[in-house]
Design a protein around this ligand. Structure first.
Ligand code: 13P
Ligand code: SF4
Length: 311
C-alpha cells in the first residue's frame, strides 16, 4: 500500500529526473497505477520510441526495458526489478536460425517475437509482438518464415497465414502453457454463455476453445467493449486490474463478470514489480539498463522494421 507521503515523493522524483513511467498490464496493480502509460508490449515499445523525456522507468521484464533502451538510446532506462526476466526470451539456439538460413537462403525471413534477448533479435530480420505478428508475417516478401522463439504464437500465425511456409521453434511461456483445457472446459460448464478470450501464447487446445484471441490490450478491449456479461480470460491475472477500471468507467461493474482458470495464471517475474520498487529505482537511480554493443545494431534494426511494417 502506497502512502500519500510516498506518492508525493514520487511526484517530486519524476519532476527532478524528467521521468516517464511505462508499465505492462502484468505487473502489480500499484505499479500500474503509478504509470503514465500502461499497455501491451507493442504499445509500450511505440511509446518508448516517441516519448520526449530524459528518464524512462520501465515496469516490466528485461526484454521490454531493453527494447525501450534500443529504441531511445539517449534516455536513461531504469528497471524497478532488474532481475525480472522472461524465460521464453532465452529459448532459441543459433543453430536453428543457421540451419534455416542454409536451407532456404534469401527466401527466408526470421520473425522474432519481442520476448527474446537482443542477441536473438540481432540474428533476425524483423521483430513482432502478439498484436502485430499476423500483419507483419503477411507483409514479409519471403515465402518461408522461421518464427521464433514461441511455438504457440508461431502455430497460431501459421493457421492465420496459410499461404506462407512457417517454420516453428520450440520456445514457450511457462505461465500460458500451464493453462489447461480442462480448466477452461470446467469454467464453460459453469458459465456456458461466457466469451472465452485467450492470449496466443496459450497452447492450441486452449486456443481452440477461444472466441477471441489477441494481445493483452486486445483481450482487455474485448472484455470492456463486449455486450456479453461473462468472460473467461486465459492470460495472466494482472490484466484484471485494467479491465475493472475500464468496466467501472463504463458503468458496467455490476453487469460484467470475469473468470480465470482455477490455477490462477501469474507471471512470477512481472509479479515482483511493485509500486514501492518503481519509486525506489527513481530515488536511488538503480536498475539502469545497458545494452551489449555487439547486438545493439542488429537488434535495433529488427525492432525498427517491426515499427515500419506494423503501421
Ligand atoms: P502482450 O504483447 O500481449 O502485452 O504480451 C506480452 C507477454 O509477455 C505475454 O505473456
Ligand atoms: Fe514471459 Fe510468459 Fe511472463 Fe509473458 S507471461 S513475460 S511470456 S514468462
Amino acid at each position: 500500500m502506497l502512502t500519500q507521503e510516498m506518492l508525493d515523493e514520487f511526484a517530486e522524483l519524476k519532476q527532478q529526473h524528467d521521468a516517464v513511467v511505462l508499465a505492462h498490464y502484468y505487473v502489480q496493480p500499484d505499479a500500474q497505477d503509478l504509470a503514465d502509460y500502461v499497455g501491451d508490449s507493442y504499445y509500450l515499445a511505440c511509446k518508448a520510441a516517441e516519448l520526449d523525456c530524459k528518464t524512462l522507468v520501465f515496469a516490466g521484464v528485461e526484454f521490454m526495458a531493453e527494447s525501450a533502451k534500443l529504441l531511445s538510446p539517449n534516455k536513461r532506462v531504469l528497471m524497478p526489478e532488474p532481475t525480472a526476466d522472461c524465460p521464453m526470451a532465452h529459448m532459441l539456439r543459433k543453430q536453428t536460425v543457421d540451419e534455416a538460413r542454409l536451407k532456404y537462403g534469401d527466401d527466408l525471413a526470421v520473425a522474432c517475437y519481442v520476448n527474446s534477448t537482443n542477441e536473438m533479435k540481432s540474428w533476425s530480420d524483423v521483430c513482432v509482438t502478439s498484436s502485430n505478428a499476423q500483419r507483419i508475417v503477411e507483409r514479409l516478401p519471403q515465402h518461408n518464415v522461421l518464427f521464433v522463439p514461441d511455438l504457440h504464437l508461431g502455430h497460431y500465425i501459421q493457421q492465420q497465414v496459410p499461404g506462407k511456409n512457417i517454420i516453428l521453434n520450440d520456445g514457450f511461456c511457462p505461465t500460458h502453457e500451464a493453462i489447461q483445457v480442462v480448466e477452461v472446459e470446467e469454467l464453460l460448464r459453469e458459465h456456458p454463455n461466457a466469451v472465452v478470450c485467450a492470449h496466443p501464447e496459450c497452447a492450441v487446445w486452449v486456443l481452440d476453445k477461444a472466441d477471441y484471441i489477441g494481445s493483452t490490450s486486445g483481450i482487455i478491449d474485448r472484455c470492456v467493449k463486449g455486450s456479453e456479461e461473462e468472460y473467461i480470460i486465459c492470460t495472466v491475472y494482472g490484466v484484471l486490474h485494467e479491465i475493472k477500471k475500464q468496466v467501472a468507467a463504463a458503468g458496467d461493474e455490476d453487469r460484467k463478470h470475469f473468470f480465470f482458470p482455477k490455477t490462477t495464471p501469474l507471471c512470477p517475474n512481472m509479479d515482483r514489480v511493485t509500486g514501492q520498487k518503481v519509486i525506489a529505482c527513481l530515488r536511488d537511480l538503480t536498475g539502469e539498463v545497458f545494452v551489449d554493443e555487439r547486438y545493439a545494431d542488429g537488434a535495433k534494426q529488427a525492432l525498427q522494421r517491426m515499427l515500419e511494417l506494423a503501421k
